[in-house]
Ligand binder design. Structure first.
Ligand code: ZN
Length: 72
């Protein structure tokens, strides 16, 4: 799966000219699809991939060894 962990949110924007709606255009913004699930790690809500804020955090969750003392 190829996920960018982002999605584009689009909304139609209109311009009022003295109370009269003239023309509109689409506005697009890129928003992240990740959410924090634990201390030092987060997950993409689209592809469910779990990511870590640091290598030490990954090591802790994968091996249970907290070498950097992140979780004390
Ligand atoms: Zn993703």
């Amino acid at each position: 799966m190829n996920c960018s962990h982002q999605r584009t949110r689009s909304h139609w924007v209109t311009t009022d000219y003295y109370g009269e709606e003239t023309q509109g255009h689409w506005e697009h913004e890129t928003v992240s699809t990740t959410e924090d699930i634990d201390i030092h790690r987060y997950r993409c809500t689209q592809c469910k991939q779990i990511m870590y804020y640091s290598g030490a955090a990954r090591e802790y969750y994968e091996t249970g060894v907290d070498r950097k003392g992140l979780f004390q």
